[in-house]
Design a protein around this ligand. Structure first.
Ligand SMILES: [Zn+2]
Length: 416
């Protein structure tokens, strides 16, 4: 994956970056010329076998690296540049040839000298976050260059190299991150996960996990700002200010949410070999959509209104859940996150399968009217979700065989 961010070098750093572009181009072109000559020589050798040992003269990235070192010894201006940037240019060239040999690209072209554009690669990347909006990347011989963060920091941080490009006075940096490695627990453990409002996630083993939200004062402020926004004139300065403040709250929530989702999904992927969740797409069909706040008549939201806050909370949780699903499916091997039909998961008894609305004694307590089984309502639902996944996907190890251990764990859990 490549993440492109805008780079903002200080005026004092510009010359150094331009130098790197020139050096990278010079080394790339010299290396390309050498390889092209060798290819011609190899071709000619077909008709003149007395030319000598082909392998001895073979050009590799390693041999070119050695020659680059010699060249640096001879050329002071090249020696003044960064060897890491220059070596990266040779690797760049090698990549271009590999793509050519694999039929993915045309024969590599010489790079033209230009003051208006250029690029070079930074390896052994070091990035640091300054604040929400800004990060710095360490460029050899130039120092820490600022860039604007517009992507998940967790992804940028994983980048192993980056290409700095310059075009018409604008600088960008494209971070290259390795494809996310799948996490395999190999524990044999399976889990069902129910999502809810009181507990963001409840596992079939009785664990409750809370996602961060806005604090109560933040929610009040958010709703007030929304109200204010509706009254303000489009294009006005005050409206722009309100939008700014709303954006600040959203970003704060977004950062919290991202951190939580990353930690939680990694933790679950390291623990379980199989995770069963409710299928959101089906959920949409089953549940009526929650009423949305009307921006034209913001009066429906009283600033401290419990209903407004509850609606906001649901909206926040919905966004957390969506992100959670995306990330857990990224991190776990294919086919190990199973989505099941969410219909009646909260009303079905995990012990006997009896389904009735009256099973749900309260928000938190599940008490089966048929067999008397009691459990935390969310835990019960998580067990039902797991059973559905196992019942439909692994007939041999179906509901009855697998339910007991997971269920025994959940039954001991206090219904709090
Ligand atoms: Zn029952």
């Amino acid at each position: 994956m490549s993440i492109r961010q805008r780079l903002y070098p200080d005026p004092g750093q510009l010359a150094g970056l331009v130098e790197h572009c020139h050096h990278a181009r010079f080394v790339f072109n010299i290396g390309l010329e050498q390889r092209s000559m060798w290819r011609r020589w190899k071709h000619d050798r077909g008709t003149h076998p007395e030319y000598g040992d082909l392998n001895a003269a073979r050009i590799t990235t390693a041999s070119q690296m050695r020659e680059l070192a010699q060249l640096r010894g001879e050329l002071g201006w090249l020696r003044a540049g960064s060897s890491s940037v220059q070596q990266a240019a040779l690797r760049d060239l090698d990549r271009a040839f590999q793509n050519f040999y694999a039929g993915r690209a045309k024969y590599p072209q010489f790079k033209r000298r230009s003051e208006r554009e250029g690029s070079f690669v930074v390896r052994d990347l070091t990035v640091r976050r300054l604040n929400r909006k800004w990060g710095v990347v360490t460029v050899p011989k130039v120092g820490q260059v600022r860039f604007r963060i517009s992507w998940m920091w967790a992804d940028i941080e994983r980048a192993t190299s980056a290409r700095v490009t310059h075009r018409n006075g604008r600088w960008h940096i494209a971070f290259t991150t390795p494809a996310a490695e799948k996490i395999t627990a190999e524990s044999g453990a399976v889990v069902g996960i129910d999502r809810g409002v009181a507990n963001t996630l409840a596992t079939s083993e009785g664990r409750m996990i809370q996602a961060p939200s806005l604090t109560d004062p933040e929610k009040t402020r958010f709703l007030r700002l929304q109200q204010r926004l509706a009254r303000q004139q489009k294009g006005s300065k005050r409206r722009a200010q309100t939008l700014d403040r709303l954006a600040t709250l959203r970003r704060r929530l977004g950062d919290r949410r991202t951190d939580w989702v990353e930690q939680t999904t990694t933790g679950l992927a390291r623990t379980y070999d199989l995770i069963a969740v409710e299928d959101l797409r089906v959920q949409n069909m089953v549940k009526r959509p929650a009423p949305k706040p009307d921006p034209v008549h913001p009066g429906v939201f009283l600033p401290n209104g419990a209903r407004a806050k509850a609606a906001l909370n649901r909206a926040i949780l919905a966004s957390v859940w969506g992100r959670f699903l995306t990330r857990i499916e990224h991190k776990m091997p294919e086919g190990t996150v199973l989505r099941v039909d969410p219909k009646n998961t909260s009303r079905t008894c995990a012990a006997c399968g009896h389904t009735a609305a009256s099973n749900r004694e309260s928000q938190a307590v599940f008490a089966c009217q048929a067999c008397g089984h009691q459990a935390h309502a969310d835990t019960n639902a998580a067990v039902v979700i797991l059973d559905r996944a196992l019942g439909t996907t692994a007939p041999g190890h179906g509901v009855s065989g697998r339910r007991s251990p997971a269920f025994a764990g959940s039954a001991n859990q206090p219904a709090a």
